[in-house]
Design a binder for this molecule. Structure first.
Ligand code: NAD
Ligand code: AKB
Length: 313
């Protein structure tokens, strides 16, 4: 049997920076190869420059490192996506196709594809959106994630592959800055707070969205990927963490920093936010592979402020 070797694309982004370290911790540094358009040394594992739009390059890395599993994170996110819709559709789809095809041709079955709350559309914006709610996205990013889930399903049923997708809420982390999403404000607000600066928010104060602390996101990812195949009953799983609005998170931060001020100047991201659910029903993930988040708004806020303060020292 081949030794486990996990290839990560887009490994130096917000999710990849945290997920790569978790994979190294769980499976060992020799089991992980982190790739991106630009890489840094000292990441704790082998790193390599890899443009996921280049099929031959992916194929070569898979062969060279005897890859057995792929976490395909490279993508353009929702806000950047609306600035360049055709490029986003092209990049998000072509990179996924390259990964799926290179995996299939090299006998790799297990792939992780991060999906998003963006698979849902404005009709989902009331109550807790169920896993089987119709997928009617109105952003190019969301459309590409729905297509990605459908292609994952196709490769699973047509070629017997094992592609698994998590529909992440907005991820909140201290390790790396987010890369162009609509939920990025919920990370930026903490950076401003620890630097004792005021924050101008591009969403309206009462715009609720589902969010998830990175530690919970990592736990969900590892738990789903380690679950036996018989437990995986669908290609894309909703996971819910904490639903809050800008004014709710501002109030929570003000409990620690009473002088912190937030002003509001909604821009084009308001419309994107209003096209996504308020909260997700994640019963399927809880039932099928035991998903359970640990962080609420209070605990996440404490931890984010503490970690960012530590970094300043
Ligand atoms: P990010 O923008 O921080 O990172 C994406 C990474 O992909 C970047 O490091 C970028 O250099 C890389 N990349 C872009 N084009 C590439 C290419 N052609 N080849 C190789 N790498 C390329 O995004 P993220 O937040 O880390 O998101 C990772 C994945 O998780 C994405 O698929 C995203 O849709 C998904 N996701 C993220 C969130 C979130 O809140 N961060 C929520 C839901 C889903
Ligand atoms: C974005 O805002 O685009 C991402 C996401 C929720 O997928 N954070």
């Amino acid at each position: 049997m081949k030794a486990q070797k996990i290839l990560i694309t887009g490994a130096f982004g917000q999710l990849g920076t945290a997920l790569t370290q978790a994979l190294i911790y769980h499976y060992g540094a020799e089991a992980v190869i982190a790739t991106d358009l630009k890489v840094q040394d000292n990441f704790g594992c082998a790193t390599q420059t890899l443009d996921a739009t280049d099929f031959e390059a992916i194929d070569a890395v898979i062969r060279e490192h005897q890859v057995t599993e792929i976490y395909h994170l490279a993508a353009i996110l929702s806000a950047k996506g609306e600035q360049e819709p055709l490029k986003t559709w092209d990049l998000n789809n072509s990179t996924l196709f390259n990964v799926l095809e290179a995996a299939r041709l090299n006998g790799i079955r297990k792939i992780f594809f991060p999906s998003s709350i963006a698979v849902f559309g404005p009709d989902s914006r009331s109550g807790s959106t169920s896993n089987d709610f119709p997928l009617n996205p109105t952003t190019v990013y969301g459309i590409s994630k729905v297509a990605g889930e459908n292609w994952a399903s196709y490769y699973n049923s047509r070629y017997g592959m094992d592609v698994r997708c998590l529909r992440y809420p907005g991820l909140i982390s201290h390790e790396a800055m987010p890369g162009g999403g609509t939920t990025d404000y919920a990370v930026a607000i903490f950076h401003k707070a620890v630097n004792h600066e005021n924050f101008e928010c591009y969403l309206k104060p009462d715009t609720q969205l589902p969010m998830l602390y990175m530690e919970d996101a990592i736990n969900a990812t590892l738990r789903m990927m380690e679950a036996p195949r018989r437990s995986i009953r669908r290609v894309g799983y909703n996971i819910q963490g904490i639903s809050f609005s800008p004014e709710m998170i501002a109030e929570e931060i003000q409990k620690h920093n009473p002088d912190f001020e937030v002003t509001y100047k909604p821009d084009f991201r308001q419309q994107i936010a209003e096209s996504w659910p308020i909260a997700l029903d994640d019963t399927a993930a809880r039932m099928d592979w035991g998903w359970e988040p640990e962080y609420d708004l209070e605990r996440m806020t404490e931890e984010m402020l503490y970690r960012l303060e530590q970094k300043k020292r």
